[in-house]
Design a protein. Structure first.
Length: 389
């Protein structure tokens, strides 16, 4: 085989499908540590970890979800049962299933956490990744502003623990506009016209729609920092059902701000993209200068029983982008022949050790080649590579 043919073959084997990638050192270790930190934060608040399977029967996984979720799900035939199976597009669905079936007799609210890979047919414009890690927590069996506030507060604390800076949390009421439109008899294509205009934040298009358009325009204009936003929403003359969503936003924001005044809150009363199955206060986490959402969550109905639930999912690809670049940390080179007890003692002290497998003339150069920051001497003392050079 020629050299060029061999190189072409290697390139072909390294090629991955669109939206998939290999996570290489030191990023793989960095992501694992961040995941562990997030999970430890959830555990400290009583959220117990569950570990659902990567693949389930299509009917049990997707039976209660919207068409938008079902359409981005990979499917395959199970050769044993001859039934269709689905590769999970979202772990929240599985946690809801577990809570309402296997844990249906557990005291409410049940608090569960999870971490794992999900796979989708297509990524989005902001997040083109098709496979990524989800880390999150869900509270099933509670329907109070306090439960919504707890989730938001834990999310903010968890983000801080892993080193996220510049966090803001956008509160939303995805059913506010649908409630308003329903109260005015707006449905079908007319309702979709409102939704399209709102998705584009197009005030001009809304003004041309008539009916409750002036009220919808006021809801759109109220988006922004939490205090002026809620003040503007209170002044909008809304039907009773729609007003209830505003009151929920107010109650949750008061609880969050009382518990943690440092959290930056904003409000967007008209957003509902990606919140198709949410029924109450919902929220997205953003970091200044970082593309995509850090995470999202909110109130929904869990499983076939429709139990009240709320929770949040962190998207690890965005979380990692919001943090400083991964570091290899303290890594010490143990030249060939170094006593075993020397390496053992250094590892107990928190060092990462890399053992030399053959004698070399220049131990410092070999340490540098292997990406080590320090070099161990025969007596177990260590020195930085710069000083050893």
């Amino acid at each position: 085989m020629s050299q060029s043919a061999s190189g072409s073959d290697l390139t072909s084997r390294a090629l991955l499908p669109q939206g998939l990638r290999d996570v290489l050192p030191p990023d793989g270790d960095h992501e694992t540590k961040v995941v562990e930190t997030l999970m430890a934060c959830f555990a400290a608040y009583g959220y117990e970890r569950v570990k659902p399977p990567l693949v389930e029967f299509e009917q049990s996984l997707l039976g209660q979800v919207s068409a938008s979720v079902a359409n981005r799900t990979f499917r395959m035939m199970d050769p044993i049962s001859q039934r269709m199976m689905a590769l999970r597009p979202d772990m929240t669905l599985q946690v809801a299933r577990i809570a309402t079936t296997r844990l249906k007799k557990a005291p409410r609210p049940v608090r569960l956490s999870y971490a794992g890979e999900v796979m989708r047919v297509m990524g989005s414009q902001l997040s083109p990744e098709r496979e990524f890690t989800q880390v999150g927590f869900e509270m099933i069996g509670a329907e109070t502003p306090e439960s919504d506030a707890e989730v938001i507060l834990i999310a903010a604390e968890a983000a801080r623990r892993v080193g996220v800076k510049g966090l803001s949390i956008d509160l939303m009421a995805p059913n506010l506009v649908p409630s308003l439109l329903a109260a005015h008899g707006i449905e079908g294509a007319e309702a979709q016209a409102f939704r399209t205009a709102l998705d584009g934040k197009d005030a001009g298009a809304i003004a041309k729609l008539g009916g409750p358009a002036p009220l919808v325009a006021k809801l759109l204009a109220a988006s922004g920092p939490i205090a002026p936003g809620l003040s503007a929403l209170e002044k909008v003359d809304l039907p009773i059902d729609a007003r209830a969503h505003v009151e929920s936003l107010k109650a949750v924001s008061r609880l969050v701000q009382a518990a943690d005044p440092q959290i930056v809150l904003t409000v967007d009363a008209v957003e509902n993209r990606g919140f198709a199955y949410h029924t109450g206060v919902s929220f997205s986490l953003f970091v200044r200068g970082v593309r995509g959402e850090l995470g999202r969550g909110g109130r929904y109905r869990a499983g076939e029983t429709g139990e009240p639930a709320t929770g949040l999912t962190f998207y690890m690809d965005t979380v990692i982008r919001s943090l400083p670049a991964a570091s290899t940390g303290r890594k010490v080179f143990l030249p060939h022949g170094t006593r075993a007890d020397v390496g053992r003692r250094l590892r107990e002290q928190g060092w990462v050790t890399v053992a030399g497998l053959t004698p070399v003339a220049d131990a410092a150069a070999e340490a540098r080649r292997l990406g080590c920051t320090h070099l161990a001497g025969a007596d177990g003392n260590i020195q930085s590579i710069e000083r050893a050079a």
